[in-house]
Write a protein that binds this ligand. Structure first.
Ligand code: F6P
Length: 324
């Protein structure tokens, strides 16, 4: 392998820049070339790429977002699109690809590898932490800290006005963000798709809090939770059944995707970037780099895509105890 391509794909996450930097610098360390591909698979199809050196990634370890930009490419989902992408790699003399992204990005990489036998390594970059084969994804820790800080602020105003707040956090179909920030921010209830609390139990629990003297409350709702149709409908339902409560809804949204990455995300990104390049140099491919028990590991892309990342049952129990 003489030249490695690196790209970010799918939803961005804090720590992606630190991972790009690590990939570029590891290539420089091993004296091979590195090329940055803009806008994920779409940029690959269009041949939108630039040679990168150790110096071209200075001052980015602390920056949120991704300097290579990101996209969700429809064209890459077609056979013709993937053929164009492969042609573009061959034309530019790129021997292998490091894809930083989530499961959609890995599915693309896996199919690409199957069709062309092209070496691909994945680095999990998503705030959702919903990838099988790794305890942590890049950006998750930063998103947790951003969300907890926002909820702390909401708690101040909730308590001044004796209000009940429903706060929706991201996570797509997974409740990792909600469960962790719910425990970290001391929420009264945490609604996640992995556990069905049900509307009646929610009302019961809020009523219990009210009777025991609670005047303000925070309920954290994962965007994928199905207790209500959506967080607004859920709040309306509670308002109808508990008219004593003064209710407000906050959707944290994309604020959770931005911002300077935490030290933990930067260190993880640096470790994963080194591992990704060195795995390719060892002649291995079609793996995702992950971490478990603070040790890096490799999971076949197919397993990473098809496996289910389990919710932390022990933390659910902790949250049940904390919310009594
Ligand atoms: O996968 C990351 C994520 O932020 C999810 O939490 C969320 O459901 C989705 O992306 C939002 O996607 P978009 O930025 O395309 O609106």
């Amino acid at each position: 392998i003489k030249k490695i391509g690196v790209m970010t794909s799918g939803g961005d996450s804090p720590g992606m820049n630190a991972a790009i930097r690590a990939v570029v610098r590891t290539c420089a360390f091993h004296k091979i070339k590195c090329i940055g591909i803009y806008r994920g698979y779409q940029g690959l199809i269009e041949g939108d790429m630039v040679e990168m050196s150790a110096r071209s990634v200075r001052n980015i370890i602390n920056r949120g977002g991704t300097i290579l930009k990101s996209a969700r490419s429809q064209e890459f989902r077609t056979k013709e699109g993937r053929k164009k992408a492969h042609d573009s790699l061959v034309k530019n003399g790129v021997d292998a690809l490091v894809v930083i992204g989530g499961d959609g990005s890995f599915t693309g990489g896996m199919i690409f590898n199957e069709e062309f036998g092209y070496p691909v390594i994945g680095i999990p970059g998503t705030i959702d932490n919903d990838i099988f084969g790794t305890k942590f994804t890049l950006g998750y820790d930063t998103a947790l800290n951003t969300a907890v800080e926002a909820i702390d602020r909401i708690r101040d105003t909730a308590s001044s006005h004796d209000r009940l707040f429903f706060i929706e956090v991201m996570g797509r179909d997974a409740g990792h963000i909600a469960l962790n920030v719910g425990v970290g921010a001391g929420a009264e209830e945490i609604l996640i798709p992995e556990e069905d609390l049900g509307l009646d139990r929610l009302l019961e629990s809020l009523e219990k809090s009210r009777v025991t003297g609670k005047t303000s409350s925070i309920v954290v709702v994962a965007e994928g939770d199905k207790t209500g149709e959506n967080v607004f409908q859920l709040a309306e339902y509670v308002e109808k059944n508990m008219p004593d409560y003064d209710i407000r809804v906050t959707v944290l949204g994309h604020v959770q995707r931005g911002g300077t990455p935490t030290c933990r995300d930067r260190v993880l990104a640096s470790r994963m970037g080194v591992k990704a390049v060195e795995t390719l140099l060892e002649g291995k491919s079609n793996f995702m780099v992950g971490i478990s028990n603070d040790e890096l590991n490799l999971t076949p892309l197919e397993r990473a895509v098809k496996g289910k990342s389990e919710i932390d049952k022990e933390l659910i129990r902790v949250s049940d105890i904390m919310t009594t």
